[in-house]
Structures are given as structure tokens and as C-alpha cells.
Design a protein. Sequence first.
Length: 173
Amino acid sequence: MREGSKISDLMINDEIRDREIRLVGENGEQLGIMPTYKAQALADEAGLDLVKIAPKAQPPVCKIIDYGKFKYEQLRKEKEQRKKQKIIEIKEIRMSPNIDTNDLNTKVSAARKFIEKGNKVKVSIRFRGREMAHTQASRPMMDDFAAQLADVAVVEKPPKMEGRFMTMFLAKK
């Protein structure tokens, strides 16, 4: 038996195989628990469809509605929700442990632009060869980077070593 999770998976009319259901009328009034065949007869009498709204309820909840109209309204609601949600991207700023002050300032200004647009920023320092022995010397550089952006961003995840990279996440205040 299928589970009704998506709109297209909702069971209608003869697809409903449950013996008893809880019926909701076309205007939202509770009609109580009754056998499926009686509910189907009421729906046919009204010229509408019997749609299983909540299949996991005990007993399952069905409603007498115009299925085409219901499906259209559900699709419209989903479209509205997708339109309203904002996708946050994670932009990465890569540096090396021996970065110059001017280069660091350039990276800070790039990160500022990303954050002002609403994106999160992943700041990472890549260590190569002998640089791995002096990873702790780069932590003040990460703290300085975060301090320069303190007016627009907060540190979401503090600097942390992950393999050959030290990473830190910044998000908009």
C-alpha cells in the first residue's frame, strides 16, 4: 500500500482501501467515523471527490473536495514557499600562512562583500610541507581576520585544524 506524502500520491475515490475513515465535509465540518463506501456515496452525491488527507492517522482522515482544485492550490502554495526561501551559499577565502598584510586586506574586503550579500564565508589557510609544524602561528591571523569583519559578521565556527587546512566560518550578524 502506498503512503500519501506528495500531492500526486494522495489516494482518491476508489483507491482508498481502508474499511473505516474519519470524514471531513466540503466546508470543513466533521462528519465523524464511517465506512468508506458511505463516505464515497456522500462524495458522489455532492459531485466531488473523496481524498485521503492524513493516511497515517487512526482512522485515516478523508475529505470531500474537488481534487483538481485542491491539487492546484497545493502546487501554488509550494511554489510560493519556494519563492520566499533564500538560498545561502558558502563562499571560500583561501590564504597561506605567510600572507602579506595588503593581500590579507584584499581578502578581508572580498569576504566583506560576500557577507553583505548574505552569504556565509569559509576562511581557510592551507599548510604545505614544513608549514605543518607551525600551524598555531596562524591562529592569530584568523582571529585578526574575524576582528576586521566584526562589524558585519560573527564567527559561526572558530578556527579549527582539519587535515592540512585551518578553517573558520563567518556568518552575517
